[in-house]
Design a protein around this ligand. Structure first.
Ligand code: ADP
Ligand code: 5GP
Length: 212
């Protein structure tokens, strides 16, 4: 929760997982339960899916526009994922951080790596694993958003994504969704309290110490 007395820098909170492990479910709960964190809406060249809203789920742009944004330095990070380009627009994130908010990123391991290279200590990377491949497959089917072929493609890519588990600060298993959400909550709460993020601490402590 927001600290009453001490100012702090915002956290760039990255959630990654193989598709179907439950990252969106947990991200949604986090955003709904905490008004100090906001989502970074990525830009992508992939086609919009039924039910998606431009500007809310993604900013859907064509390749020319995406390239122009890359050339202008408009992305904090960007990557090729599954044959399309995805990137995190810089402006909105800087604005949120400057107004004291934390920012949630639903990006892949390449994005997590780039963010970490550029923002270092303010980036917290969380990777969510499914309890088993059978359960991952079951969740993808139960979600009911994808055709058999798309589910097969997601399962084929799961192993490649899981192989990047060691590029993360925290690795969680989403067996029980309530328990996993609680772990994500605890990580965010503890990271917010880190001394290195407390920009108001030196001044505050000076006032508590007797004058020499
Ligand atoms: P992702 O964003 O990682 O692709 P989703 O959040 O869409 O995954 O979750 C995939 C499906 O699995 C959804 O239908 C979701 O409701 C369900 N789900 C998420 N976590 C759990 C869990 N711990 N146990 C059972 N089902 C889950
Ligand atoms: P989808 O097309 O299913 O929405 O997302 C595919 C993958 O792209 C997911 O693993 C998601 O985390 C990743 N992704 C979405 N936005 C970005 C982004 O801005 N940067 C990077 N590096 N990956 C992204």
């Amino acid at each position: 929760m927001a600290h009453k007395i001490l100012k702090r820098r915002g956290v760039l909170f990255v959630l990654s997982s193989p598709s179907g492990a439950g990252k969106s479910t947990i991200a949604r709960r986090l955003l709904a339960s905490d008004d100090q964190i906001r989502m970074s809406v990525s830009a992508t060249t992939r086609p919009i899916r039924p039910g998606e809203v431009d500007g809310k789920d993604y900013h859907f742009v064509d390749l020319e526009r995406f390239r122009a944004m890359v050339a202008a330095g408009d992305f904090l990070e960007w990557a090729h994922v599954f044959g399309h380009r995805y990137g995190s627009p810089r402006g909105p994130v800087e604005k949120m951080l400057n107004s004291g908010l934390d920012v949630l990123f639903d990006i892949d391991w390449q994005g997590a790596q780039q963010l970490y290279q550029n923002w270092g200590g303010d980036v917290v990377r969380v990777f969510i694993l499914p309890p088993s491949l059978e359960e991952l497959d079951r969740r993808l089917r139960a979600r009911g958003t994808d055709s058999h072929e798309v589910i097969q493609g997601r399962m084929d890519r799961a192993a490649a994504e899981i192989s990047h588990w060691d590029g993360y600060d925290y690795v969680l298993v989403n067996d029980d969704v309530d328990a996993c959400f609680e772990e994500v909550r605890q990580i965010l709460d503890a990271e917010r309290l880190k001394r290195s993020r407390q920009t108001g601490l030196i001044g505050f402590v000076r006032k508590l110490m007797p004058q020499g």
